[in-house]
Design a protein around this ligand. Structure first.
Ligand code: GLN
Length: 484
């Protein structure tokens, strides 16, 4: 690896730096891609962030971009930027497994819209990233292909479910990555790994090609080293898609340009329910410092209340499991991936394929979801959770009448140890306490690094915004970033 290629790969690479190096031909795209592949070869055995590499596709794209640069063509916005894709998004050129045995070596026949849009914007797609199986988890320990280690502290989890996506950016194995969220899966791992993770508004980004977990909650969002990069990534993937009927027609603003506007005068809500019992004192102190930085930048801080917050975890785990139990019915050994050997009957084939193909947490979710949807329990659980979801959404709609954005911790603690919560699913679910609310309400959110604990672990601040308020929350996140 040359010195300049290793510079791009290791030191918190940014999109403008990578693209400029392609444009002025100091580090061509092919050399950048090779630099990242060498970094991955050196680091992945320990971190386990990558499940598959799409070398041929990546190098063909890099060569195309370099040829454009050599001709002096105008380069697209992500020209030569090396990006990794969470393995719940379909992509040709590498297997798509959702980190499940049931999709072992499954080759998707098409690209997810977000994947296709990144490549159209000039990105070089390096490969597929590890995650919790079917994105179900908060620590990346539910992957059928082994856990991911947090590059900032190898005995710690990277968070989940997009643990590989967060770890790859944090460790300089990609400039940026795509993750997904159903209940916190970009923001929580971003906070654990010390990078930026964005949850776009529901409908802002197409879900076409995202393997469904809970369709009313699932979203795609980027991981980056800087807030500006998150804005650039969002711009590339956002917008209406005729292949996803839930994608919005709402126009896509120039998010990076809007970062130039000052945050002065913005009203920032501080919800009391997010600063109570169970919050690690060092996390609290770091988020309070972020609040002080916003005040110093001219924001007005306002105490607010989101009174239904205590019901969010229960509501989320009823609705998400209900939808999962329906979505995962398609994995039956007939249409995709793994099939049990020598089945005696059709029913035996279904039963054993699902028994052998799904991991423990996925089975737990299917059982829970089937239970809450079953006759006799539907009204008590599923319908009730839908009603509470409406109340949680109204909390936010009410709050956003008097504030422009809301500041909270992203997670109650810094990254926990591998194995620490694996025997206690409820403790694991509680790690999502500050993040699932935004998924339920459909609003946008971002996690930005705001400090380091005494043990050297990253801490994230979360900024939540109203529907289609991405430009505002990114501005607030950048003000926190600049105060670090
Ligand atoms: N940790 C949450 C869960 O296990 C959220 C996962 C996600 O956002 N994909 O369901």
């Amino acid at each position: 690896m040359t010195n300049s290629a290793s510079t791009i790969a290791h030191q918190a690479p940014t999109i403008p730096a990578a693209r400029n190096a392609v444009q002025d031909r100091t580090v061509p795209a092919t050399q950048q891609a090779e630099g990242f592949y060498q970094r991955i070869a050196a680091r992945n055995p320990e971190i386990n962030a990558w499940l598959a590499l799409s070398r041929e596709r990546a190098l063909a794209q890099a060569a195309r971009i370099d040829a454009m640069a050599a001709r002096g063509d105008e380069l697209p916005p992500l020209a030569g930027v090396c990006i990794g894709i969470k393995d719940v998004l379909t992509m040709t050129g590498a297997p798509t497994t959702a980190a499940s045995k049931i999709l072992e070596s499954y080759q998707a026949p098409y690209d997810a819209t977000t994947v296709a849009r990144l490549e159209q914007a000039g990105a070089v797609l390096l490969g597929k990233l590890n995650c919790d199986e079917f994105a179900m988890g908060s620590s990346n320990e539910n992957s059928a292909y082994g856990p991911v280690r947090n590059p900032r502290a190898l005995d710690r989890v990277p968070g989940g479910s997009s643990g590989g996506s967060a770890a790859a950016v944090a460790d300089g194995m990609a400039v940026a990555t795509l993750g997904t969220e159903t209940g916190g899966s970009t923001r929580q791992p971003a906070s654990f790994c010390g990078v930026v993770g964005l949850l776009p508004t529901y409908g802002r980004v197409s879900r076409y090609g995202l393997i469904a977990f809970a369709s009313s909650l699932d979203r795609v969002g980027p991981f980056t080293n800087t807030v500006e990069d998150a804005a650039l990534m969002l711009h590339a993937i956002a917008g209406h898609d005729p292949m996803d009927a839930t994608s919005a027609l709402h126009p896509v603003p120039d998010y990076a340009a809007s970062l130039q506007q000052p945050v002065k005068g913005l009203r920032i809500g501080i919800p009391e329910e997010y600063f109570g019992e169970g919050l690690d004192p060092e996390v609290r102190a770091a988020v309070e410092r972020a609040a002080a930085a916003l005040r110093a930048a001219g924001c007005e801080l306002k105490k607010i209340s989101l009174p239904h917050t205590p019901y969010a975890i229960a509501t989320y785990y009823v609705l998400a499991t209900a939808e999962a139990s329906a979505n995962l019915a398609r994995f039956d050994g007939v249409r995709y991936g793994y099939r049990a050997d020598h089945p005696k009957t059709l029913a035996d084939m279904y039963r054993r394929t699902r028994d052998e193909g799904f991991g423990t947490e996925v089975k737990r979710r299917i059982l829970l979801g089937t239970y809450v949807l079953s006759a006799g329990y539907y009204d008590a659980y599923y319908r009730k959770a839908q009603q509470v979801r409406t109340l949680l959404t109204r909390d936010f709609l009410h709050a956003f009448q008097s504030v422009d954005a809301i500041l909270t911790p992203t997670a109650p603690t810094p990254a926990f140890r591998l194995g620490e919560k694996t025997d206690d699913p409820l403790a694991m679910y509680l790690a999502d306490i500050f993040t699932v609310t935004a998924n339920l309400a459909g609003i946008c959110g971002v996690s930005v690094p705001c400090g380091i604990s005494s043990e050297g672990l990253p801490i994230g601040a979360q900024i939540l915004g109203p529907h289609f308020g991405e430009a505002t929350i990114l501005r607030v996140a950048q003000a926190i970033e600049q105060a670090q």
